[in-house]
Design a protein around this ligand. Structure first.
Ligand code: GAR
Length: 196
């Protein structure tokens, strides 16, 4: 599921194309914005997609439309790749521990929509990205993998975002393959990754 540029979606598709995601089948894309660039990427890689806009739908209708598609297609794992709408606990519970999200900070530091800007304004010397299971709170849920970057003098929101994005494109596909090959165990908030 995506809302915008779709570079993480593309990174996953590229890794799949390279043969690095043998247990991952990328079946469908849902976007909630008609102008999302992710749609073009889906077209390029022949991935079926639906545009389901929040506008004109109640929250329940919006989520039901998505869930109906997922049910019909037997979707097992949901990847939030820059999906910028909060999902209800009803939706999250249906896919409990099967929704992953990527966030551009080292959570729990700097949750929210301006993670890179917040890190700079705070004066952090390190930031990065986090892949986590989605729970009922925003940018919360058990952390699966993180990657860090250093902030340099004069770092801007753009330069930091670009640096972090490189790391996002590395760890997100990696986590997806681990999840789809049943290598991620979750007990309460504790994550165990088996390494064989
Ligand atoms: C990424 O930086 C991702 O971490 C962030 O949105 C961007 C999407 O880029 N997600 C969040 O901030 C979620 N809280 P993309 O559309 O090019 O993948």
């Amino acid at each position: 599921m995506a809302s915008g540029r779709g570079s993480n979606f593309q990174a996953i598709l590229k890794e799949k194309q390279k043969g690095n995601l043998p247990d991952v089948e990328i079946s469908h894309l849902i976007v909630n914005k008609r102008k999302a660039q992710a749609i073009k990427i889906a077209g390029k890689y022949n991935i079926p997609y639906n545009i389901i806009e929040s506008k004109g739908n109640t929250r329940t209708e919006f989520e039901k439309k998505i869930l109906d598609i997922f049910k019909e297609k037997n979707i097992e794992i949901i990847v939030l790749a820059g999906f910028m709408r909060i999902l209800t606990s009803n939706f999250i519970n249906i896919y409990k521990n099967r929704i992953i999200n990527i966030h551009p900070s080292l959570l729990p530091a700097f949750p929210g929509a301006h993670a890179q800007r917040d890190a700079i304004e705070f004066g952090a010397t390190k930031s990065g990205c986090t892949v986590h299971f989605v729970d009922e709170d925003v940018d919360s849920g058990p952390i699966i993998m993180q990657a860090s970057v250093n902030l340099e003098k004069g770092e801007t929101e753009n330069s930091l975002s670009a640096k972090i994005l490189v790391k996002e494109h590395q760890i997100f596909p990696k986590v997806l393959q681990l999840l789809c090959s049943n290598k991620i165990e979750i007990n309460d908030q504790n994550i165990k990754i088996s390494s064989d």
